[in-house]
Design a protein around this ligand. Structure first.
Ligand code: 5GP
Ligand code: ZN
Length: 142
């Protein structure tokens, strides 16, 4: 078994596990962005969300329970959730995982996690995504 997270799920590689259920386990990230940074992974091997979107539904209860646990036990003021799919998105371990990052009022703001893109044309991007069609959910009044 060569997948790192499959080996962690199997207990072949130690991890600091904080939650487990039938479908998923959660353990502390070895190189945390903030205190309490945790990864939630499905027990079965799934490369990423793009390959198997339904896997997110499977691990959703574990994501919610772990988020609650982290916020309660670490007295966090907020939490970020992120999952990277593909090399271009920065994915490094190709076994689906959701990052849960507890956040604290004394270190607020996404700027601590992400670099913002400048000069993005929102109109163009919106057209690219929805085409000429009315935006989903728009009520036609004609
Ligand atoms: P990605 O960049 O693929 O979204 O995230 C992979 C994450 O896995 C990184 O944040 C990295 O620190 C974490 N990671 C890599 N190897 C290990 C490991 O052996 N144990 C644990 N607990 N986390 C790991
Ligand atoms: Zn795996």
């Amino acid at each position: 078994m060569s997948c790192l997270f499959c080996r962690i799920v199997a207990g072949e590689i130690p991890s600091k596990q904080v939650y487990a259920d039938e479908h998923a386990i959660a353990f502390l990230d070895i190189n945390p962005w903030h205190v309490g940074h945790t990864l939630v992974v499905p027990r079965r091997h799934v490369d990423d969300l793009l390959g198997e979107p339904e896997a997110l539904t499977e691990i959703a209860p574990a994501i919610s329970a772990t988020a609650r646990l982290l916020v309660d036990r670490l007295a966090a003021d907020g939490l970020n959730l992120l999952s990277s799919s593909g090399d271009a998105a920065g994915q490094e371990v190709f076994h689906l995982h959701v990052h849960l990052v507890p956040r604290f009022a004394h270190r607020p703001g996404l700027r601590e996690l992400f670099v913002h893109e400048k000069d993005v044309d929102l109109d163009r991007v919106h057209r690219q995504i929805v085409g000429g069609a009315p935006a989903p959910g728009t009520v036609s009044r004609s």
